[in-house]
Write a protein that binds this ligand. Structure first.
Ligand code: UD1
Length: 431
């Protein structure tokens, strides 16, 4: 399949970046990773075909396809057209452990399976190593809806012959738990209320697609979702929403290099707080209805706190830290979502950044002259931030383990090259 050939990486690839170029030019971005993977899982909710558009050419998509195929779903990916057709005529309930353990988003099959098949078995899902990432909120919510949940060292098994509506208050507005419970509720008996629900744009995208499929959902984009179960959902054609994290990453890369970049297919309203912080740090941002122009010439320190949407996204925190190494003054960054997100700081410090971490706070003193280094073992967002650091560093930076970056950024190297970056994909010889 062409999509596989454009995204699959041998584990030994690395990126070689030579710093100094100011990014300039125009790029058009992809559909959102964190939406597309959940929209794919939602195919399990209907026997009719689901036709997705703007499916990003990222490595997690074929893995999600594998998870779904293992559950008996027909999946046809088309890389050229960025489409994916899925049909779950008669899905199974036991997801293939191998594929499931490779991506965190495989957990999103749990809610739809419980709703449609009333039974699910899932190995413990994989994904980034950025903290504990428990699934207690998913399981407690399903139990409140009448499911019997059993968990052991290998995975989780859920049975729910009488899935019914429930009042659920989440301890924390978890993205994954909100999505799973929401999808389970679409086909449950009666009404489910999810209080303290997450409201990320990708969840709103999923909600809107479910409504188009015939689901009854009130409160989309609000912290209280009300879902009235229906008997069946129909197939639809749906376009994945733009990737705000990808857009934010390129915007910050443009600003950090003192460049001038136009980013197309973006919804500026999904990026309200990141754009506010960029402007506060002296970056010039011009907003179109579906585009951004980012220019910068001199940065100053800002304070940032990560929080669930509409707060500043944790998925843009490492990239912002790199940007702030170039800002005059002391910036304070507080991470509230994932406890291990600061593990990237050690790598940044090795490149010459002046960063001090105390618990979930980091102080960044700038501007610092960064120098090239070999960076390894970074997750998808820290990996992108490592590339950004390489773009502003003196000399050569090698970013290893780039299969993490391939999980979330479509055509990362060609897009950066098109903006004038000196970057190439090379085999990682380990030397
Ligand atoms: C999703 C995104 C990820 C993003 C994150 C937060 C996908 C595939 N990934 O991850 O890119 O960084 O949202 O915006 O969409 N938690 C619990 N118990 C639970 C569930 C979560 O304690 O049952 C905790 C987690 O450990 C974490 C926090 O809640 O500290 C946030 O997790 P959550 O919002 O669920 O993130 P994900 O859905 O895993």
């Amino acid at each position: 399949m062409a999509l596989l050939s454009t995204t699959t990486t041998v584990a030994t690839d690395a990126f070689r970046v030579r710093g100094g170029a100011r990014l300039h030019g125009t790029i058009r971005l992809s559909g959102a990773k964190n939406s597309a993977l959940k929209l794919m899982a939602a195919a399990l909710l209907s026997e009719e075909p689901l036709q997705l558009r703007e499916v990003p050419a990222i490595a997690d998509v074929p893995v999600m396809a594998e998870v779904l195929r293992g559950l008996g779903v027909e999946v046809a990916l088309d890389a050229e057209r960025q489409t994916c057709r899925l049909q779950a005529t008669d899905p199974g309930w036991h997801a293939p452990a191998d594929a499931v353990s490779r991506i965190r988003a495989s957990l999103s099959t749990l809610g739809p399976l419980v709703a449609r098949v009333r039974r699910a078995r899932l190995a413990l899902p994989g994904g980034d190593r950025i903290g504990a990432r428990s699934i207690d909120l998913h399981l407690r919510g399903l139990a409140a809806m009448g499911a019997e949940v059993r968990q052991d060292a290998h995975g989780v098994e859920v049975t729910a012959p009488d899935l019914h509506g429930a009042m659920i208050t989440l301890d924390f507005p978890s993205v994954g738990a909100t999505e799973n419970l929401l999808m389970a509720a679409t086909l449950a008996d009666g009404t489910t209320v999810i209080d303290n629900a997450a409201r990320e744009p990708e969840i709103q995208d999923l909600c809107r697609m479910l409504v188009a499929m015939g689901a009854r959902i009130d409160g989309i984009g609000q912290p209280r979702l009300e879902i009235e179960g229906v008997d069946r959902l129909r197939g639809v054609t749906w376009e994945t929403c733009p990737d705000r994290i990808e857009a934010g990453t390129y915007a910050m890369a443009a600003a950090a290099t003192g460049g001038d970049v136009v980013i197309e297919r973006v919804r500026p309203t999904d990026l309200t707080l990141p754009l506010l912080k960029l402007r506060a740090s002296g970056v010039l941002v011009e907003e179109g209805s579906s585009s951004l122009r980012v220019t910068s010439d001199g940065l100053r320190a800002v304070d940032v706190v990560t929080l669930p949407y509409p707060g500043f996204p944790t998925d843009l925190q490492p990239q912002l830290m790199v940007l702030l190494t170039q800002a005059r003054g002391t910036s304070r960054c507080t991470e509230n979502v994932f406890e291990s997100r600061f593990s990237f700081v050690d790598e940044l410090a090795r490149m010459g950044a002046d960063v001090e971490v105390d618990g979930h706070h980091a102080l960044i003193r700038g501007p610092s002259r960064l120098h090239g280094a070999v960076l390894a073992g970074l997750d998808v967002r820290a990996g992108a931030a490592g590339v950004m650091a390489g773009l502003i560093a003196e000399g050569e930076t090698i970013v290893r383990d780039v299969h993490h970056i391939d999980r979330g950024y479509a055509h990362f190297v060609p897009r950066l090259q098109a903006l004038g970056a000196d970057i190439e994909r090379i085999p990682d010889t380990g030397a």
